[in-house]
Design a protein around this ligand. Sequence first.
Ligand SMILES: O=C(O)CCC(=O)C(=O)O
Length: 269
Amino acid sequence: MEKFANKSQKKRSCVCGVFTRAPRIKLDTDGRMQNEEDEEAELEVLAEFSHPVPWQKIEAQGLDLDYALLFSKEEADALFKQLEEEVMYSTGEEAKVQVFGKLHNIPRRQATYGDAGLRYTYSGRTHLACTWTPTLEYIRDAVTNATGHTFNFVLINRYRDGEDHIGEHRDDEKELDPVCPIASVSLGAARDFVLRHRDARGKRGARRLEPVKLQLAHGSLLLMNPPTNTFWYHSLPVRKKVRLPRINLTFRRILLISRGEEPANVWSL
Ligand SMILES: O=C(O)CCC(=O)C(=O)O
C-alpha cells in the first residue's frame, strides 16, 4: 500500500453532519467493475470526494495489515450517530450463535447489510443482507476510495461497553473472495484488537510467535490483507474499564460464483 492511497486533496462533502450520497460502483456478476470505461468514469467520480490517507503497515509471518485514520473525529462522531439511528440489529434466533451444536446469545449485537440477495454463513447461521443504508453506502464508498477495493457486504458488530466482545476466530469462510482484504472500520470507544498465529494458540502452541496487539481508534480503518485470515486468528477481548459503546463494520466481498460444490451465493432477484 502506498503511503497516500489517493492524491486528490478534495474532501468529501459533509454539511452539518448530513453526508451527500456517495457514488455507487457498478459490479458485474463476478463482483468486478463492469469495463475499463466504466472503471475510469467511476474512479473520476470517486476522486471528486477523496482525501489522502496516511497508511501504517503492520507485518509478521503470514500477517499483512494496513491501518489508517480514515475519518476525522467530527466525521466519525456524525457517522456513529447516524448509524445508531439507521442500523437494525438482529434479534431472536438470528442473534444467537451455534458452538459445538448448541445455541448461545452472542456478547454483542450484530447486523448484516449488502447487495440485494446476498447471504453469508458464519458460526452455523446464514444471514441475509439488508439493503444498504445511506450512511453505510457512504462509509463503504469512502473505504473503496481509500483502498481501491470494492465490497458488496458488511457485517456490523455493536459493543455496548467493554464487557461485550468477540472471541478468537478467522474470517475464512468459503464464500469470501480470497483476494479481497477485509476492511474493518471502527467508530466509538477505542478497543484492543489481538491477532494470534494459528500455530501459537493455547498454552501448548506448537510455535513461539508473539501475538500482534493493536488499538483500533474512533474513525480508523484496518485492512486485513490476504493471507492474514489463513494464518492468524483475531479477537476483541473483554476490557472492563471501557464504558462507552463501539460500532465495528467489516466490509467484505462475497463471491457470487461458487468455489465449492454448493453455489456460494445465488441472486434471488
Ligand atoms: O469488532 C472488531 O473489531 C472485530 C470484528 C470481527 O472480528 C469480525 O467482524 O470478524
